[in-house]
Design a protein around this ligand. Structure first.
Ligand code: SAJ
Length: 411
């Protein structure tokens, strides 16, 4: 059977995309390298945490419209939704396109002259052109005829973890084609579920737009984080400064925190830096400011704890942001790990959204305890994530404690 859509990569973006197309009547195949993920999805379950995604996937699988597998299939449209991380290099980090390359090569044998190939992964400028080159090159290597009529488009995902199923429908979409006809075909496809406006442009512009969105947020958070350092030195509350400055009609400062985490905002600006290292000065500096914030928090805790005999420190929250269970690239994990290795310091950690602490913390004999218990047993309380549980915490528990509130929720 020929599928309408083959989604390559069933992770945080591929799975919601595959299942929403399937829910709207498209016959979707999810191509996934991990056989355990394939088995989970074909069983109607999910392997990631996202509100309501389990219901959508189960319905899609039960309807017969969504099937997962490890072997490439023929389809009218291919959607590549694989990770685009960076590699640490001696200078600035370098984009790692190996997953996109192997995804492109894996579908090459199934791409037909009329196929539509969509790259959803956030990618450096020029990657959609490379996808076409990888597909064409692989077909040549396999001795298959060229497919000059195939269309290539970049349609970056822009959905916010925690609100994916709402945003996938309501956000505006961007379809950047290697040709105008390619962009128009993608636009017609996304109309199946997208209620937002769908904008067509060229592929390089679409790639740059997505990187610009996340870099803009990174730069704005860096401004707030830099302010927090300056205000701390001057003995002024940064939260009060931002609250009052934001009363100006044209000022909208974001919130400082313990650093910037996740797989997007802390990564994508480096793709811009890599493409124009001599010009991207502000963007690079913003990355550095945000990356240095966890060490600053650790130093503050160290300074305060050093005044106490055998101090016990409680860290509240490990996730990369509020009300998610995602600990990947989390500045809070980085801070907790550094504190766990401070000589003479005992550490207690609460993270309400996971069952177990990450391995390095377990290895360092850090105990996972509920927030109230952690606070009761601690001399120093470090609030790292603004989870909803902490917003409503009984403030009396904090009396007589040294408190470092990196999110300003108790200020
Ligand atoms: N953060 C702050 N202060 C703030 C806002 C955020 O310190 O005022 C921190 C968070 O705690 C977190 C990090 O920044 O560590 C990123 O969180 P986020 O909520 O800003 O963004 P993500 O990474 O969850 O999702 C972003 C979104 N991009 C934009 O808002 C421009 C989302 O729309 C994208 O789809 C996603 O990246 C992506 O996949 O690229």
């Amino acid at each position: 059977m020929k599928f309408d859509i083959c989604v390559v990569g069933l992770g945080y973006i591929g799975l919601p995309t595959a299942s929403i197309f399937a829910a709207r009547g498209k016959r979707v195949y999810g191509l996934e390298v991990n056989p355990r993920v394939v088995a989970t999805i074909n069983g109607g379950d999910i392997h990631i945490v996202e509100p309501d995604l389990d219901v959508l996937v189960r319905a899609a699988v039960q309807s017969g419209n969504l099937v997962a597998g490890t072997i490439p299939v023929e389809a009218e449209t291919f959607i590549i939704a694989v990770p685009t991380p960076f590699q640490h290099a001696s200078g600035d980090p370098v984009p790692d396109l190996s997953y996109v390359e192997s995804a492109s090569r894996s579908i090459a044998g199934k791409v037909a002259p009329s196929s539509l190939v969509i790259l959803e992964s956030t990618s450096p400028v020029g990657t959609t052109e490379k996808v076409k080159e990888w597909v064409d090159g692989e077909r040549a290597r396999l001795g298959l005829p060229a497919t000059p009529g195939a269309h290539y488009v970049h349609c970056p995902e822009r959905i916010l973890p925690g609100q994916m199923l709402k945003e996938i429908v309501t956000n505006d979409r961007l379809c950047g084609g290697l040709t105008p006809a390619a962009a128009e075909r993608a636009r017609d496809l996304y109309r199946v579920f997208c209620n937002g406006e769908i904008h067509t442009t060229d592929a390089r512009t679409a790639e740059m737009v997505k990187l610009t969105e996340n870099s803009s947020r990174d730069v704005q958070i860096a401004f707030a984080n830099e302010l927090s350092l300056i205000c701390d030195r001057l003995g002024i509350s940064v939260w009060e400064v931002i609250r009052l400055a934001n009363r100006h009609p044209r000022v909208k400062i974001l919130q400082p925190g313990p650093g910037v985490g996740g797989h997007c905002i802390a990564v994508d600006p480096w793709f811009i830096v890599h493409s124009a290292p001599d010009l991207a000065q502000l963007i690079r500096t913003a990355r550095q400011v945000n990356d240095q914030k966890p060490a600053w928090v650790v130093d503050r805790v160290k300074g305060l704890a050093s005044r106490l005999k055998e101090p016990v420190v409680a860290c509240l929250g490990l996730a990369f942001k509020a009300d998610v269970d995602d600990l990947r690239e989390s500045p809070s994990v980085q801070i907790a790990e550094a504190l766990a290795h401070l000589p003479g310091v005992s550490l207690l950690v609460d993270e309400p959204n996971v069952n177990e602490l990450p391995v390095p913390l377990r290895k360092a004999n850090v105990r996972k305890v509920a927030a109230a218990e952690a606070i009761a047993g601690a001399d120093v309380v470090v609030l790292l994530v603004n989870h909803r549980q902490y917003l409503s915490l009984d403030r009396d528990l904090l009396r007589d404690k040294v408190v470092i509130d990196t999110r300003g929720i108790w200020s």
